[in-house]
Design a protein around this ligand. Structure first.
Ligand code: SF4
Length: 367
């Protein structure tokens, strides 16, 4: 099976900036000033504070890695947004290489020229279709993209994603617009017991040292897999809001796909002329897929030799997941100040590239 290499193309073709990068930077600087000026009660603030969602994820999907990085340390996430990601460590690079290796075991990548955002999304949808076909026929697939409107995915209780710049803390639904969530599931397996027909979602983490992961690391992994489960189950439950998707992403359903993309889709046995044709195939595929199983699997491998350190199987916990998401989204919505790590998890600070800037470190070293 061949997969189109969409990830790299995303950077080139996916971006359709609505404003210039200079204007965006200026707006971000203004927002930073507003943010630091706005201490205490938001309603008393003289300067409207834009949420991090509005400042940094406008017209962009919120990635599952945004969610897990926020759960790890909200203050660190804020630093990343405002100062950029720190340089990748050797361990991170080795982790990515291992992910690529695992992917190559079951997926052949091919290059296709992408000429527009519609082309790019058509390719992502085809990746999903081909990957899930592989899952059904071969029992395994890797690197499957999943996406869903945040409004659909996270309308759990009273949480709504507010992207407005409203001053009022209570005005959560002043201007509400669904944000889109996106993630790539490491691996999906069909159970081998023939009893259950529900796919198992799997995530593989690599570790530099042969140690068992801490509870904080496992908790973060649990949240990640529960996010994927939520996106997968929503996608296949006929909830894909196509109209919302077109308007949010500023995509034209009638767009005529480029010749390269059409040709590739045809080589996979599909006949698509417009972007909407691909979306229709995607929706039809989703309707044939089963919900994912309640049991989720985290695998921990040693980086040096890929030996298995631990397989950690756990059960989805919808209530816990909802609470975690509400907590994370209240940070992104700017409903409150970012939190630091708890005292028990201060060890995270010794791996944090922003420790020298962090007010918590400054205050503890003064004590
Ligand atoms: S130093 Fe610790 S509390 Fe501060 S941002 Fe880094 S991880 Fe978070």
């Amino acid at each position: 099976m061949a997969f189109i290499d969409a990830a790299l193309a995303a950077a080139a073709a996916g971006a359709r900036p609505l404003v210039s990068s200079t204007a965006r930077r200026a707006a971000a600087q203004l927002s930073c000033a507003a943010y630091s000026a706005a201490g205490g009660d938001i309603e008393d603030s003289p300067v409207p504070r834009r949420s991090l969602l509005a400042r940094f994820r406008e017209r962009r999907a919120l990635a599952i890695t945004d969610i897990t990085a926020t759960e790890w340390c909200e203050k660190q996430m804020e630093f990343v947004l405002e100062h950029g990601k720190p340089e990748r460590t050797e361990a991170m690079k080795a982790g990515s290489e291992r992910q690529a290796q695992l992917e190559q075991e079951v997926v052949e990548r091919v290059e296709v020229t992408i000429r527009s955002a519609e082309d790019l999304w058509a390719v992502k949808f085809m990746n999903f279709i081909m990957g899930t076909n592989q899952l059904m026929f071969d029992g395994i697939t890797r690197e499957i993209p999943v996406f869903q409107s945040g409004y659909e995915a996270f309308y759990l209780g009273n949480i709504l994603l507010c992207r407005s710049d409203c001053k009022s803390y209570h005005c959560r639904i002043g201007v509400v617009e669904g944000s889109w969530m996106i993630g790539i599931i490491d691996e999906i397996r069909m159970p081998i017991d023939d009893i259950s027909f529900q796919p198992i979602l799997v995530d593989t983490k690599t570790r530099v040292r042969p140690t068992i992961p801490s509870e904080a690391q496992k908790r973060n992994g649990r949240l990640q897999l529960m996010c994927y489960k939520y996106l997968w189950d929503n996608l296949i439950a006929e909830k894909f809001p196509a109209e919302n998707f077109f308007s949010y992403s500023d995509l034209d359903p009638n767009y005529l796909l480029s010749d390269d993309v059409k040709q590739y889709i045809s080589s996979l046995g599909f006949n698509a002329k417009t972007f909407e044709d691909v979306l229709n195939y995607f929706k039809a595929t989703c309707h044939t897929l089963p919900r994912s199983g309640e049991s989720l699997l985290l695998r921990y491998e040693l980086q040096s030799d890929h030996s298995l350190l631990e397989e950690y199987q756990f059960t989805n916990d919808a209530r816990w997941f909802k609470d975690q998401i509400q907590e994370v989204l209240s940070f992104w919505q700017g409903s409150r100040e970012p939190k630091f790590v708890t005292e028990e998890e201060r060890w995270k600070c010794s791996f944090c590239k922003f420790a020298s800037k962090c007010p918590m470190i400054a205050s503890t070293s003064r004590c």
